[in-house]
Design a protein around this ligand. Structure first.
Ligand code: HEC
Length: 451
């Protein structure tokens, strides 16, 4: 297929803009012949980049003004056209496309940046600049703007992270007795200390082991799970997770030294509950592990064996024993990971791709949180099929060594293949009701539920 040349592309761009302009509510800028930083690019960077690319953020360089942006113009074009930045690795052409936390650029924004860079990255008239936005400090709860301060905060016990060395794991047990009675959880956020904790905490879990339980995997409650790119979780309206008042928190923290010693690091988790006495209609289990050793039907860890300069494809299936709603999808592979897809095979044999992460990048653990009006509502008997593809060739930019055989393991240079799935299992009545509500809410379903 011929690629449209620049002029054609601009024409397409103008046409699509004209269509969109009627509906645009926020800072869509009028696209004149030549985009400028002040008028066209600054609003995009504000919306999609500055939350990380600010002086205290996790991005390697601030992108707050023209002087800071200009030297990076060409690499910005490169990373945005390749859809590597902002970090959002979902395939925009396959599966469900509406998410609560979509960080991606629209094609129009990507083209705008490319055109601007091709035109020599002009500044334009500073009078066109948008009002600066307020950057939330890394010391703040991200969910605070939406939900206010957390109802309960739990803390890990202090840990000294070495300046240099290998991965470090820290798993303290901390008593949990912060609540007079059981409560229904609505949202949780995992917050490493700021600024240093944000740099050294690679991933972590805060799991509540209720008083009197045997501590087994099934009896414990994952309150918050974190990875770079995923710090909070909020259940759909009317869905909650029951949190017993007493027990202990089993922390599982994975630290990675970054050249600076971090003394007494403490991680916090904020919990937001439904009002006391209010019971949400649906009870969720939160993020469930669909694991490589066959738990919940992923391919098994010991099946991972990737040849040097080669590929491997692993598939696993899981049959739903009751109807279910999936509210989020978070694939986890390591450095050779390339794609992971999730398909549904319905009881009538119809097959549909629900989601496909096609630019998996081990540096990021992104939870793709489905918008409420498109989240999959699946009947009992649906087969979920997961497929992971590993690329151990030199074409994979993250590959540390294509000459190695690669097997399962915890380190980033070994491989894994699992997904964390936000699951709410429901009964037949709740399923009928959810489907009826979906029908009523929308005529044209982007995801057709079962008849
Ligand atoms: C969620 C945080 C986050 C957001 C949002 C984000 N970035 Fe980044 N960016 C990073 C981090 C962290 C890195 C370094 C690691 C990496 O490349 O994955 C990075 C790397 C980059 C690089 C490569 C820098 C280099 O010298 O290698 C460019 C260019 C870039 N970002 C541009 C952007 C642009 C443009 C946007 C918005 C359209 C954006 N980023 C949005 C966090 C972010």
């Amino acid at each position: 297929m011929n690629k449209p040349d620049n002029l054609q592309r601009r024409k397409l761009y103008l046409t699509s803009f004209c269509l969109l302009a009627t509906f645009a509510t926020t800072s869509v800028s009028v696209h004149a012949a030549e985009p400028t930083y002040s008028r066209d690019i600054a609003p995009i960077l504000q919306q999609k980049c500055q939350s990380c690319h600010n002086p205290d953020g996790i991005g390697p360089m601030p992108l707050m003004n023209f002087q800071q942006v200009k030297p990076f113009a060409s690499i910005i074009k490169e990373r945005t056209t390749a859809r590597m930045m902002p970090p959002w690795h979902n395939d925009p052409t396959t599966g469900i496309q509406k998410f609560k936390n979509d960080a991606s650029l629209s094609q129009m924004q990507i083209d705008s940046i490319a055109d601007w860079v091709d035109a020599g990255a002009p500044e334009g008239n500073p009078a066109d600049l948008p009002e600066p936005i307020e950057i939330t400090s890394g010391a703040e709860w991200k969910l605070k703007a939406q939900l206010g301060p957390p109802d309960v905060i739990i803390k890990s016990s202090p840990y000294d992270v070495l300046a240099n060395g290998q991965d470090q794991w820290w798993g303290p047990d901390v008593k949990f007795d912060g609540m007079p009675k059981d409560r229904w959880l609505r949202a949780a956020e995992f917050k490493p200390s700021f600024p240093l904790g944000k740099k050294v905490v690679h991933h972590g879990h805060a799991v509540l082991v209720p008083e009197g339980s045997d501590g087994s995997f099934g009896s414990s409650i994952g309150l918050a799970r974190y990875g770079v790119g995923k710090s909070w979780e909020m259940y759909p309206e009317g869905t909650g997770m029951l949190v017993p008042a007493n027990g202990h928190i089993a922390w599982n923290l994975h630290y990675f030294p970054v050249g600076t010693e971090v003394k007494d690091d403490v991680v916090e988790v904020g919990l937001w509950f439904y009002p006391e006495g209010e019971k949400p209609a649906l009870e969720t289990r939160g993020e469930q592990l669909f694991r490589v050793d066959g738990l919940n039907g992923m391919a098994r860890g010991q099946d991972i064996l990737i040849p040097p300069h080669g590929y491997q494809v692993l598939t696993g299936t899981h049959v739903l024993q009751s109807p279910a709603i999936i509210h989020s999808y978070r694939p986890h592979l390591h450095m050779r990971g390339k794609t992971m897809s999730m398909e549904a095979i319905y009881p009538d044999g119809r097959k549909e791709v629900l989601s496909q992460v096609n630019k998996y990048n081990h540096n990021w653990q992104i939870s793709y949180m489905y918008a409420d009006d498109v989240k999959p509502i699946l009947p009992k008997g649906t087969v979920l099929q997961f497929t992971s593809v590993f690329d151990n060739t030199a074409n994979n930019p993250l590959n540390p060594d294509p000459n190695q055989w690669v097997v399962f393991g915890r380190r980033g240079v070994d491989e894994m293949s699992h997904a964390w799935m936000g699951m709410t299992y429901i009964n037949e009545g709740q399923y009928e009701q959810a489907i009826a509500e979906r029908r009523a809410a929308t005529e044209t379903l982007s995801l057709k539920p079962q008849e």
